[in-house]
Design a protein around this ligand. Sequence first.
Ligand code: NAD
Ligand code: UD1
Length: 339
Amino acid sequence: MANILVTGGAGYIGSHTCVELLNAGHDVVVLDNLSNSSVESLNRVQELTHKSLTFVEGDIRDGKTLDQLFGLYQIDAVIHFAGLKAVGESQQIPLTYFDHNIAGSISLVQAMQRAEVFKLVFSSSATVYDEANSSPLNESMPTGMPSNNYGYTKLIVEQLLEKTSQADVRWSIALLRYFNPVGAHKSGRIGEDPQGIPNNLMPYVTQVAVGRRDKLSIYGNDYDTVDGTGVRDYIHVVDLANAHLCALNNRLEQHGCRAWNIGTGNGSSVLEVKDAFEKVNAVAVAFEFAPRREGDVATSFADNARAVAELGWKPQYQLEDMLADSWNWQKQNPIGYKS
Ligand code: NAD
Ligand code: UD1
């Protein structure tokens, strides 16, 4: 069993990963500045697992905090979730995104090097693939310039990690390219709690269903897809969390830097998601068609064969599970962790 530092561990994906890490018997230290999360998520992680974790409130850009942390705890590996993720905001305040996501990652990797901790799992995104690729997307396909500054930070961090590992063979780095994380822990105690108006489809759908928003705007119904609406690969957050444990085990044994797609391999359209949500949860979701959103592609889904073969990881949940679990979380926590 290992001692794992989880940056951004109070957030949506981080909190679910902490549950799986603790359940697997690992020790967990969370570093989070709580800029987009609440410590309540970590209270609930501990309540769910009946185990305790260590929480350090701090910023990945702060080298001193990192040095103290690595000095205090014998960290074996780092899972790095911390960063900013609002696509629209990244267009308005690019430097803030470059600072948290790029400079923050450099600061973390430098502190890891000082502490001689060389195992890292990084939260990347399917957004790094060149838009000219057609789905299913596999890891051998070229990356391209993402359509927004958030995506750009993911591409840059992937590249700088790759170069860092080439320069020093002690590094062992996993780049996990997430497709579209949705769902929540079965208990409904932890889940996604976006601040302000949600950018992503699933929290928007659940907030309409719970009465916090009037109706869903479906961005575009004239794409070349099954019903004209955008197709994505939705992946249950618990499956995604488990992919981090598999990547961790792989990296504890191997060296170098390698990318893996984390998706189910199935594409679902926006209308299919909305209809299935209504059916599975017996709740209505009012909607209207709206113009296409800038930067969106028609279709994006994964070829996950590399992760299945090399990480021994396999998604367990179907779309219906994701929709039921998202709704269970939202119903129990209509205003998120503030309730
Ligand atoms: P989240 O916002 O819920 O979690 C990120 C956490 O990082 C938050 O708790 C926030 O307080 C913390 N944080 C932000 N800046 C920090 C800093 N400078 N120092 C310390 N902590 C900081 O987001 P999430 O959905 O859980 O995403 C986790 C990671 O996965 C992010 O890197 C995100 O870009 C990436 N990712 C997310 C998605 C998605 O759809 N949710 C898709 C692809 C990749
Ligand atoms: C978006 C980001 C991507 C980021 C990912 C995870 C853009 C262009 N892409 O991906 O960079 O990595 O989130 O944070 O923002 N949709 C609606 N109505 C809504 C919201 C979404 O119709 O209110 C549609 C979208 O057009 C898309 C699908 O639902 O077809 C999924 O959207 P979303 O959840 O935002 O994810 P991505 O666009 O795949």
